[in-house]
Design a protein around this ligand. Structure first.
Ligand SMILES: *Cc1c(COP(=O)(O)O)cnc(C)c1O
Length: 466
C-alpha cells in the first residue's frame, strides 16, 4: 500500500543534520566526539521510528532532543570517572585501589608537556629511566637496587622468567595464592617456564619440607606473603630468615612476594603486623616484590627490590622491556615515595594513610555534622548515624577491621537496592553497601568536605525520586 509521505509520522522526525545543529547537542560534540554523538543520534532516531511504526505519536523536535540527551547521559556514565567510595574499604580494587596523593596527581597533570623521562639533562645524552624512583626505593627499603614494572603480577613473572626458567622453584602449599582479578600464582610460575615444586600442607609447612625438596635443579625458594587471607589455628609457615639459612647448603635464590609492600611498621598506628620490605631485605631475601597501589598508596605498579647482581640481570631480560612502566607511573610513584620521608607528611598527604589512621571519633563527628545538615532538609528518607567497620582492602590485612561511623539510609517507600542504585546513578556516583535493608555510607573513605557536600546533594536527589 502506498502511503502519503506527509501523513507518515515517521517523516516528521528531524534530520540528523538539524539535530547536530541544535545548540545543546552542538556543545556535546565538543565534549565527546562527532562520531559518538552521531551514533547516538542515529540510534535514538531508529528507536523513535520503530515506536512510531507501532503507533506512538510524534511529539515534536524538543522531545527528540531530550531523548538524545538522555541517551548521552547513559553513555557518559560508562566513562572512566571519579566516584565517591562510601564502602569503607580503603584499597578498593573495583574503585581503582589507592587514591593518589595530590602531589602525584598534580605531577601527572603536567604531562601535557614533555618530560626528561630518558634524557640526562647534564650531558644532553640518552639517560637511564626510573633513576630517581629507584634511588628512593633503595633509600626506603635498604635494598641495593630496584626495578619498576606494570604491576606486582608482572614483577613476579619477570623475576621467575629472568632467573628461574627451566629450574625448580620451591613453594609452600599454604602460599599458593589466588588474588582477585584471576591472578593465580601457579599460573604465573607456569608462564615463567619455572617448574613448581610444592611442599608442606595447606596449613603447615616446616623447614625440613624445604630442605628435602632442594636438589641440584633448584633455582629458588619463593615465599609469598598470604596477604589476602589468614589461616587461623593449627598453622605454621617458615619465616623468610630461616629460608635464607638454607642458602648455605646450596646456591639458590630466596624470593619474597610481599604483595602489600609495607614501608612503615603498621603497628605504630594500631594496625596488624605486616612484614615490611626493609625487614625482608635485612633477613637476606635476594629479591622482594610488591604492588605500588597497596600499602605504598601510589599508582598501579610492580616494584622489585633486592641484590644488585640479580636486579641487573632482570633489567637486561627482554621481558623487562615488555613489562616496563610508563612515565605516568614513574611520576606518580616518585611523588608518592617522597612522602614516606616524614611520617607526619605521610599521614597528612597520602590519602591511604590518612584514611587508615583516621580516629573513630573524628569520623563520628563528621557523620554527626552531615546528619544535622540532612535533618534540616525535611527529607522523606530515614537517616541514622551508625557504627560500622571499615577494612584495609586490596588484599591487605584481611583480619583487620577498623571501627568507623556512617550514615544508614532507609525508606518505607523504596527498597535499599533502589536507594543504592539511585546513589550510583547520581552525577558523581556514590558507592555504598547494604546491611539489614539499609544503605550504609562509611565515612572513613569519603574524602574531605567536597565529597561530603556531594553526599548531601546525592541524598537529596535520591529523596526527590521517591
Ligand atoms: C596483590 C598481590 C599480587 C598481585 O599484585 P598486582 O599489583 O595486583 O598485580 C601478587 N602477590 C601478592 C602476595 C599480592 O598481595
Amino acid at each position: 500500500m502506498q502511503t502519503n509521505k506527509n501523513s507518515d509520522p515517521r517523516s516528521q522526525l528531524p534530520s540528523v543534520s538539524d539535530l547536530l545543529d541544535q545548540p545543546s547537542i552542538k556543545r556535546k560534540v565538543d565534549e565527546y566526539s562527532r562520531q559518538e554523538i552521531l551514533k547516538i543520534i542515529k540510534s535514538t532516531l531508529d528507536t523513535l521510528r520503530e515506536k512510531i511504526e507501532m503507533g506512538m505519536e510524534y511529539t515534536g523536535f524538543e522531545n527528540v532532543v531530550t531523548a538524545i540527551h538522555e541517551e548521552l547521559a547513559k553513555y557518559h556514565k560508562q566513562d572512566l570517572r571519579p566516584v565517591i567510595n562510601a564502602t569503607g574499604i580503603v584499597l578498593h580494587t573495583g574503585l581503582g585501589r589507592a587514591v593518589l596523593p595530590d602531589k602525584a596527581a598534580k605531577a601527572i597533570s603536567e604531562l601535557n608537556h614533555y618530560c626528561n623521562l630518558q634524557i640526562d639533562l647534564e650531558s644532553g645524552k640518552r639517560g637511564k629511566r626510573h633513576y630517581r624512583t629507584e634511588a628512593l626505593l633503595c633509600q626506603l627499603t635498604g635494598a641495593e637496587a630496584a626495578h619498576i614494572v606494570n604491576n606486582n603480577a608482572a614483577a613476579t613473572l619477570l623475576i621467575l622468567t629472568a632467573l628461574c626458567k627451566d629450574k625448580e622453584v620451591i613453594i609452600s602449599r599454604g602460599q599458593l595464592i589466588e588474588i582477585g582479578g584471576s591472578y593465580r600464582l601457579p599460573d604465573c610460575l607456569h608462564q615463567s617456564g619455572a617448574k613448581m615444586v610444592e611442599v608442606g600442607t595447606t596449613n603447615k609447612t616446616h623447614i625440613y619440607d624445604y630442605e628435602n625438596a632442594i636438589s641440584e635443579n633448584t633455582g629458588a625458594i619463593l615465599h609469598v606473603n598470604p596477604s589476602n587471607y589468614h589461616i587461623q589455628g593449627f598453622s605454621e609457615q617458615v619465616p623468610i630468615e630461616k629460608l635464607v639459612d638454607l642458602k648455605q647448603q646450596q646456591a639458590l635464590l630466596v624470593i619474597d612476594d610481599l604483595g602489600c609492600g609495607a614501608i612503615e611498621d603498621m603497628q605504630q598506628w594500631d594496625l596488624p603486623y605486616e612484614p615490611t620490605v626493609r625487614e625482608s631485605i635485612q633477613a637476606g631475601a635476594d629479591l622482594v616484590c610488591f604492588s605500588g597501589d597497596k600499602l605504598i598508596g601510589g599508582p598501579q605498579a610492580g616494584i622489585i627490590v633486592g641484590k644488585k647482581e640479580f636486579v641487573d640481570e632482570i633489567k637486561k631480560h627482554p621481558l623487562a622491556r615488555m613489562l616496563r612502566a610508563g612515565k605516568i607511573t614513574e611520576m606518580a610513584l616518585e611523588k608518592t615515595l617522597r612522602l614516606f620521608s616524614d611520617k607526619e607528611k605521610l599521614i597528612e598527604l597520602n590519602p591511604t594513610y590518612k584514611m587508615l589512621v583516621m580516629p573513630e571519633r573524628k569520623i563520628k563527628n563528621r557523620v554527626h555534622k552531615i546528619k544535622e545538615r540532612l535533618s534540616k532538609m525535611d527529607l522523606q528518607l530515614k537517616i541514622e548515624s551508625v557504627q560500622c567497620k571499615s577494612a584495609v582492602g586490596g588484599g591487605s590485612m584481611p583480619e583487620a577491621t577498623l571501627a568507623s561511623w556512617g550514615l544508614a539510609i532507609s525508606s518505607n517507600e523504596i527498597s535499599a537496592e533502589r536507594i543504592s542504585y539511585l546513589l550510583r546513578a547520581y552525577e558523581t556516583p556514590v558507592i555504598a553497601y547494604i546491611e539489614d535493608e539499609k544503605v550504609v555510607l562509611d565515612f572513613r573513605t569519603i574524602l574531605g568536605t567536597n565529597e561530603e557536600d556531594k553526599i548531601i546533594q546525592a541524598v537529596e536527589s535520591v529523596d526527590g525520586k521517591i
